[in-house]
Ligand binder design. Structure first.
Ligand SMILES: [Zn+2]
Length: 350
């Protein structure tokens, strides 16, 4: 067999109309790379960004094989990779750091300025097979199903990296999480609860997706809407919160989180949706000793730790609807369903 099935972004446009399921040549692992037979891969907004030329997907050149977070089994290795890796279950860390800059050498790969992304800068894993650098094929902990690993490998390490960047977290202190119903937001709520904080989930509307609380549910505050935020804070944090995390990337929620900060408060932001600028009052920023922290991507250490937390049940990840590879276009359509609950997955093979 020389060919395989793949989901290809063919032409620019909004939504999944530019996606095609095509037969393409099988990839061959080069030096330092592994070949993975894909079990499952997520349908991500980033993939649609490659079609619409927006966000991190704007770096893509079409035609492009999409799929940033495949999970499966290594079936072949390239030169220089230990043959024992063949047969192991792995999930792909989407970001490939350069490996040589000062941040990479310090193990802070999330801050590497020369990262490439699987499914953006090189062929992705929405296909029967995918080739990635050996190190990006991260072992899946025993007992963790491949689809769950795929659903976790992007969002949970990003949340861990945000918490790491935020610095000190005091036991029992209220911490705001805007966009708490999404994948990164859910992970943040659960990681913060596990770290001893009291996360306050903020959601668009009461009926807009449940907030996942995980095993630390008792430490998680009542979910509040943006309209009800100021009122809720007068009770729980009248002097403002010391720490806030935004998982929406939208100016409105970020501004609400920024306004909720108390003395020496820190706000960590991990995404940008739309192009609305954020207005910051410089007097408030410096006089109140505030910090606005940008975070993106994750360290290899975040990926290992995040997968271990999911395998241990400390962080629960919701797997939503699954679609066959042939129905990949429907998977991307399901992404924008407001009633969807959990990560949309493409099931490639068992
Ligand atoms: Zn680097």
């Amino acid at each position: 067999m020389t060919g395989m099935r793949a989901v290809q972004a063919r032409r620019l446009g909004t939504g999944p109309t530019g996606l095609r399921i095509e037969d393409v040549p099988r990839p061959v692992p080069g030096a330092g790379e592994v070949l993975i037979r894909v079990h499952a891969v997520g349908a991500n907004h980033l993939d649609l960004g490659a079609l619409s030329g927006q966000g991190p997907g704007a770096a893509a050149r079409l035609p492009l094989r999409v799929g940033i977070d495949p999970a499966g089994r290594i079936v072949a290795v390239g030169h220089g990779v230990e043959a024992e890796r063949v047969g192991t279950r792995v999930v792909v860390k989407p970001n490939i750091p350069c490996g040589t800059c000062r941040w990479c050498l310090a193990g802070a790969e999330a801050r590497c300025p020369r990262q490439e992304v699987v499914g953006v800068h090189r062929p992705g894993g929405a296909a029967d097979l995918v080739v990635v650098p050996e190190r990006n094929a991260v072992p899946i902990p025993a007992g963790l199903p491949a689809p769950v690993a795929s659903a976790a490998v992007h969002a949970v390490p990003i949340a861990l990296q945000m918490v790491r960047r935020a610095g000190e977290i005091n036991p029992g202190e209220p911490v705001l999480v805007t966009g708490a119903a999404g994948a990164v937001g859910s992970a943040l709520v659960q990681i913060l609860a596990a770290a001893g904080a009291r996360p306050i989930p903020v959601v668009r509307s009461a009926g807009h997706g449940p907030v996942r609380r995980g095993p630390g549910a008792d430490s998680v505050g009542e979910a509040v809407t943006y309209d009800g935020l100021a009122g809720a804070l007068t009770e729980t944090a009248p002097d403002g919160v010391a720490l806030a995390f935004d998982a929406t990337g939208a100016a409105g929620p970020i501004a609400a989180a920024w306004d909720a900060l108390g003395w020496a408060g820190r706000l960590v932001v991990c995404a940008a949706t739309g192009d609305h600028p954020l207005e910051v009052d410089i007097r408030r920023l410096y006089l109140r000793r505030l910090q606005l922290i940008g975070s993106a991507s994750a360290d290899f250490g975040d990926v290992t730790e995040g997968l271990a937390m999911v395998a241990a049940g400390t962080v629960q990840v919701a797997v939503g609807p699954e679609f066959a590879l042939e129905d990949a276009v429907a998977a991307y359509t399901a992404l924008s369903d407001p009633h969807r609950d959990g990560k949309v997955l493409i099931h490639v093979a068992d």
